[in-house]
Design a protein around this ligand. Structure first.
Ligand SMILES: [Zn+2]
Length: 203
């Protein structure tokens, strides 16, 4: 029986752990990488290491950052009175790329999904309320920028109720986003229009 050298299996096993990659594709990556120049593989390995050693969560908004406070939170030109709550860093990136938003962010780290075990405690919700209740927050408007699906709706309803006592202006992205769409894959113009037409959540 033919066996590959162990390093090929070891590398393939790591690729197999990546989201959306099956065992065949994982093995194909390993076969391809083994043909590449040593220097290229070294750079690849170093880039992976830098991910775990050089990236941290911003202590204010929870976004991935190379510094303890991210470039958006430390930017004096951003409007600190408007806070956009997003599920993930990818969603933050999409909104930034739309160039339609100049406020600040809060990254929850996911959307509520009790069946999958994602509860309020596993998301950065207590950090959000703490942030809003802090006397120097200065935040008067909240934009909930979640995917227009069940998890997005569940999370929005939960937060609207939770934030009610703070009497802030809370809005949600307009349904410029098609139902079931993922913010991550929306183009800049769609995101910009969803932001511009955001709906106030007060009935
Ligand atoms: Zn930040």
């Amino acid at each position: 029986m033919f066996l590959n050298p162990k390093p090929i299996y070891d590398a393939a096993a790591e690729f197999d752990n990546l989201p959306g990659i099956g065992p065949r594709a994982a093995l194909r990556f390993a076969y391809w990488l083994v043909t590449q120049p040593k220097e290229k593989i070294r750079r690849f390995a170093q880039a992976l290491l830098a991910l775990s050693e050089g990236v941290t969560r911003c202590s204010v908004c929870g976004a991935w950052s190379e510094t303890p406070i991210c470039s958006i939170c430390s930017d004096t030109k951003r409007d600190k009175s408007v806070l956009c709550v997003v599920a993930t860093n990818q969603d933050l990136r999409v909104i930034e790329e739309s160039a339609a938003y100049k406020g600040i962010y809060h990254v929850l780290g996911g959307l509520l999904d009790p069946i999958e075990g994602v509860t309020p405690e596993t998301l950065a919700i207590s950090q959000l309320t703490k942030r809003l209740m802090s006397s120097e927050s200065g935040i008067s408007e909240i934009i909930l920028a979640f995917d227009p699906d069940v998890r997005g709706d569940t999370t929005a309803l939960f937060l609207i109720k939770k934030l009610e006592p703070l009497e802030l202006n809370v809005s949600r992205l307009a349904r410029g986003l098609p139902n079931g769409a993922q913010l991550e894959y929306a183009d800049g113009a769609t995101v910009a229009s969803a932001l511009a037409n955001r709906k106030n959540t007060v009935n």
